[in-house]
Unconditional design. Sequence first.
Lengths: 318, 432, 251
Amino acid sequence: MDLILVNLIDGLVTGLLLFMLSAGLTLIFSMMGVLNFAHASFYMLGAYFAFQISLYIGFWMGLLIAPLVVGVLGAGVERYGLRRVHQYGHVPELIFTFGLALLIEEVVQFIWGKNQMPYATPEILQFTAFSIAGNSIPAYKIFMIFISIAIFIGLLYVLTRTRVGMIIQAALTYPKTVEALGHNVPLIFMGVFGVGTALAGVAGVIAGPVLGTFPGMAFVLGSIVFVTIVIGGLGSLWGALVASLLIGWITTFSKAYNLRMEDLLTWAGFTKPEPIWDSAWRDLWSITSPQIADILPYILMVLILIFRPYGLFGKRDA
Amino acid sequence: MTDQFTSDPTKAAQRMRAGSMVIPLMPWGIAAVLLMVLPFIFTANSAITIMNQMAITIIFALAYNMLLGQGGMLSFGHAVYAGVGGFACVHIMNMDDFFAGIPLPVLPIFGGLMGMGLATIVGSFSTRKAGTVFAMISLGVGELIAACSVIIVAFFGGEEGISGDRTYGMPFFGVEFLQQIEVYYLITAWLLISAALMYLYSRTPLGRMANAVRDNPERAEFLGFSARWVRFFSFVASGFFAGVAGALFAVNYEILTEENLNTTQSGLILLATFLGGVGFFFGPILGAIVFTLVQTVLSLQTELWGFYLGIVFVVTVMFFPGGLAGLIMMHVPAMRLGKLGRLGIPYLKTLGAGAVGCLGGAALIEMTFHLRHASAGDHSMTLYWITFDSHTMLPWIVAIAVTLIGFGVARATAPALAEAWNDANTPDGTPR
Amino acid sequence: MSAALELDGLKKSFGQTEIIRGVDLSIGKGERHAIIGPNGAGKSTLFNLITGRFPQSDGAIRLHGQDLAGKAPFQINRMGLSRSFQITNIFPKMTVFENVRCSLLWSMGYRYNFWSMVGRSRALTNGADQILEQINLTARRDLPAGVLSYAEQRALEIGITIAGGADVIMLDEPTAGMSHSETDYIVDLIRTVTTGKTLVMVEHDMGVVFGLADQISVLVYGEIIATGTPEAVRANPKVQEAYLGEALEAH
């Protein structure tokens, strides 16, 4: 029971982190129809910028400044890159963001090199918040949960309670109408892109110290984020939330509990072929849940696509 | 081989109108002869290795373009179809009795069938939609299969991959494929066959409908075609040729690893295809050739080749969405007017200066990189065959000056080029 | 005259709103039938229901007596119904000739064929050229369809619609956005190319409607309030009251 609680917290951290990326991605997608392949690259930039800033003026200023810088960069990419490619259609847009992802990775390697950066959690948070049955929960994890939830409440507030939020919501569904009403839709697009990438930047800042700040970090998380929004249903914020948490918990639990395929197959009434090392099925029999934890999201995605092609919360014609 | 998928207004149609039902054989003949004599020109072993790699990439890029260019489907995971085809072929090489009964040149068929089989399974649910949804599914499935390579060890061989020996096959008219050159001819034969088949495919009703579905799926549905089936068939066909490419990779290198499956590989083929140009049949061929050269030659010169490639790619997407082939075909109207020659001098001025500027810029990038990442105390670097101290002012001043002058001249001469361009594309005697 | 197309208690709701509220209509073979009505009457929705773009909420649609419920657009097309679009819907990157040729492929039995060359089939080439002749676009044959003038694109759209040899042709506002001379041209064109076929069209321009149709249905708020010959409809007081009035007087 206690272990379950620990894993619930761990899964929540992963899930919320995923959501911070998938929320921005979804917001951008439902508004502009562009799936930003470079989204995770902005997450990486967030981590690197924050690391660089933390060297001079500390972690907290990094947390504040790095996402802003990332957001401005993102807005710039929208204004000077994406808007230009937009005229060619969605597929070139996707290819453009793909190229951008490659380029950002190369730029990061150019500036910071290929090695992992010694980006660490701030000292003030290096203590154990509490422990459950001998498992200590570091304060930083609680901090991560706190930050992400605070950001979402803020985001929710802006989207539902403010004038800008109303316009954004309207522009999500009826961009033409909103434009006809005299709102500057390109500016809104640029703003949403900036905010979305800034969110990714925040995720990078707080994830960098725990997950590692290295050139491959965008790629590691990136494909999972795309899988997340496909599972949740392209363009659905709720879907993104549910799918993020689902993936967070599934991967955490399957890593924590060593379920073996062998037990499952025996339970299902199959007999283990002998000798096992010579059997064509040996890989199936030797699978354990920690081993496949990282590919479970992909398997989940394929299953969802077969049985619910539009994702958990997707509209039919997303 | 030079006409446009999207049917350029003039050439393809004129030919059809003339009632000639012959597929233009000239370019194919030239290509075949060229492929025959190339090894006599570039005799070095390394050259043949590069050409083999090139030919395999061409097949793969053409197969990829059946999706992207012809069908409008962007795949981020197409390497798995080539990879799985290749893995299957290595397994066949390792099946001693069976492999001894078939000649090596037949092997790619098995690879193709394997790629096709996998594409049939994946395509059954991934081709429901085109666009973003398709792209995401292709990425997810690609990642899944690549990740499986460390789990399903029996097939993928885990981290070290699997290897075989091509020479155990049944001798083919006495050839056992011990020599690199023999492999070269095997690969080029398959290159010609596959390219021809893919070209012919684009001329079939299904190939034409793939274009129609790409441009306007709704309209195509109201013409009696299910957009989904059309996409599915394109996907399966592309899977076959990707599998052939994978099989040839297996024949050439005799080893396959996770690297043949992963997203990096899928991304590279997207890069090569797009750089070449997706709108024309010869685009991916051009792309594969240039890309392989860049990959093999440039990567020997600089660590930063990926960086330059990234810049070139992003610039291509932004400013030249037609790729290299698109740039070349832009000149057809001027050529038809017989005024292509008038562009020569202006091009030389502007592009020459631009190239100098680019080289200067690259020098600055290389020097910055050296300054930042070279081991402490290592001040000397070599660039463009000149060795200098990167910590002194002079090289920086020179590089900055070259860059500025290069781009400055290019910019100053650009209006003249634009003028020449307009002139070359306007029939003589037309008032402007 | 047996019915080519029958609508039986057809209904369609979007959420709470019922757009089509029980339409019964029988369109005979060879008839030229126009559906008119004020803006927002549900004409386009009705059109999209019949052609399988939207699923109906209730009721039945029968084409030559066969139920169309749950059929995808491409299946309906194969059963002999072809449509045009209100917004020009062609393949802009392909040549005019190829646009027409693509629309011939299915009906000429090529289906998902990948073993024969389209360029080699004389029947296909001739068929497409004949259609081009009919819609007077032979001179534009080898141009990309996207560069044609608006009226030419509309003509091409009609060409694509009829090319498949469907015997029920549905045209959605074929003259929308055209000048007078262009409209006259398209009306003549429609008249020639749909000879011997059943024509169903939605149209705003009363001149076109009364010039082409032999039967007119008036759709108001999702219901058909009158069906009959142009004269009968013109004289119908209900129609005059509901919608036409001055427009008809003026005509």
